[in-house]
Structure formats: structure tokens, C-alpha cells
Design a protein around this ligand. Sequence first.
Ligand SMILES: Cc1ncc(COP(=O)(O)O)c(C=O)c1O
Length: 287
Amino acid sequence: MPQLAYVNGRIQPLADASLHVEDRGTQFADAVYEVCAVLAGRILDWQPHLDRLRRNLAELSIDWPMADGPFGLQARRLIAANGHEDCLLYIQISRGTARRDHAFPGAAAANVVMTVRRFDFRQRVAQLASGVAVITQPDTRWRRVDIKTTGLLGNVLAKQAARAAGAFEAWLLHGETVREGSSTNAWIIKDGRIITHPTGTEILPGIARNSLINLAQAAQLVVEERPFTLAEAKAADEAFLTSTTAPILPVIRIDGQAIASGRPGPITTRLGEQVWAEVARQTGWRA
Ligand SMILES: Cc1ncc(COP(=O)(O)O)c(C=O)c1O
């Protein structure tokens, strides 16, 4: 089956799908995006993703006249057409195509692109038992990283540094404070308390982050949304990360230093079971 993409209302072969070279997403990163997990053919947390997308479009004053219902239908049509049960749905909306000029164009229709890529979520369940290593990098991004724009060069360079170091992720530091990962939210656990950077303009409000907070609180665990330092992280009892593509992964090493025993901790492991139970409840997916 050929891979298919959605571009401005049309589903077409991915190889032929394209945007105009003066798309403002290409020239200015004047575009927002979402990545959604699709398991057993169902989109996980669709409404929270849609809400975040709407908020981001509003932050950038990008008009996008499609209603939620028809948009959801288009996304599901694309997923069905690609025929993948387990995949990632990528959505990108730019301000549109216009003669290059920094200021907003007078009239431009948003360019809407969606692609679907097969994804193996089972590997993430397996990684619950092994955990992953992270390194740290300076946070060089702009000051509105709460808006999920395609301007990701700071994230890209940090992730590449992690890859080069043989690590899964780079945690981004502002001074001594750990903000988040290059494409994940960062967490530590100390004395039974689960700690993560508060939302605001300095981190992306992750959908998986929010789900984790809800699950932890439902399990009577204490969640503290406050900044934490690299020293605190290295001295933590446990650490983990969350994202759409890695709903929860234990972090067992930071900059080469083992966290506690250097193995996934008991609270993270328990949270992991709850996270995947919630995925199963929403989508019917089983590892
Ligand atoms: C910088 C950053 N932080 C956190 C996340 C996690 O967000 P979500 O849970 O919505 O995938 C992402 C996801 O791409 C990200 O790019």
C-alpha cells in the first residue's frame, strides 16, 4: 500500500505531496504542529491534542476555519487510508503561502498537512524494564516554547547531541534548572514525591505530562509542579520522561551518572503499568 499524505483537503501519495516554496512554515517556521499516537487504529487523547492545536493557532493569530468535527474526520480518513493500526499522526498548520515578508500577509489561507508513520509502541513497553540514558544540553530555544511551533532547531541540535553521545534524550538546562527534554517532559521522584517543571512559557505543556499527573493523583501520589536542578535530578530516587511517542520511560543515567541503583525504580514502574492501562482503556490496544 503506498504511503499517503493529506495536503489542504486532498489525500495523495506521500511522494507527490508538496507545499509551495513560499509556505511561511518553510521560510519563517510560522507554523504549528501536533504529533498524536494512534493505537489499534484509535487516536489517543485526540481532544487534548486538538485543544492544544487551537490554543497554539490562537497564540500566533493563524486563522484556520475548519471545524473540529470535519478535521477529526479527515485525520481518521488518512489513518484508515494508510492502513496502519499503530502509527503516529503528524499535523502541521502554517499561516499559508505568501510573498516573503516578515509581517503577516493580508490574505493567506492556512496550509494544512497531515502524514502518518507506522510506529512500534511495543518497544516502549519493553523499555519500561530497561530504562534510557539522558545527557544535558543548554536550552538555546526562544522564549515561547509553550507554543508548539515547527521552529525546532534548538531541539534538533540537542537531540543530535544526545544521539552522538549514545543517549535517548537531552534534558535542556537553563542555568542549573532542568526544563524539559528536546522532545519530552522531564520528571524526578524524591521521597515519594513526583516532581516536574511547571507549565508556563518555559516548557511545552505535554499531553502525556498532563495524563501522567492525572494518573499519579488518582493513585494518591503527590505531584509537585516546580523547577528542579540538575543536582536534584542526579540525587533523585527515580527519574523518567514522558511524551506522545514515549508515554513513560524510566531514566536511569544522567550525563553518565547512574540514578540511584541505575535501574528503573518502583514508582516509575507502577506508573508505567497505569499509563499503559490507560492507553488500553482508551484505544483497546494491548502490548
Ligand atoms: C519540547 C517538548 N517537550 C515535551 C514534549 C512532550 O509533549 P507531548 O506529551 O504532548 O508529546 C514534546 C513533544 O514533542 C516536545 O517537543
